[in-house]
Design a protein around this ligand. Structure first.
Ligand SMILES: [Zn+2]
Length: 83
C-alpha cells in the first residue's frame, strides 16, 4: 500500500509522464491509480489539461510525438475505465 499514489500525485505525475520526465514504472503506477479512480478523471478533467498542454507545447516545438503519446494515454485510460 505504501507505494500507492494519491490523486494529486497521480495527476501531477501524469503530466510529467506525458513529458517523459518520469520512468515507465512510475507511469504504470499512475495509470493504475487513474484506472481505479473515477474521481481523478472527473474532478480534474484530464482531457482539458491535456489539450492545454498540447496547445502550450505547440508554441514551443512541433510535438507530433506528444500528440501521439497523449492520445495513447487517453486510449489506455478509457479502455481501463470502461467495464
Ligand atoms: Zn485519484
Amino acid at each position: 500500500m505504501s507505494d500507492e499514489v494519491n490523486c494529486a500525485e497521480a495527476l501531477a505525475k501524469l503530466f510529467d509522464f506525458l513529458d517523459a520526465e518520469i520512468s515507465e514504472l512510475d507511469g504504470d503506477r499512475i495509470r493504475a491509480h487513474l484506472a481505479d479512480c473515477d474521481g481523478c478523471l472527473h474532478e480534474y478533467d484530464i482531457e482539458d489539461h491535456l489539450k492545454a498542454l498540447v496547445r502550450r507545447s505547440c508554441k514551443e516545438a512541433a510535438p507530433a510525438e506528444l500528440h501521439v503519446r497523449i492520445r495513447q494515454q487517453l486510449t489506455v485510460l478509457r479502455t481501463r475505465l470502461e467495464p
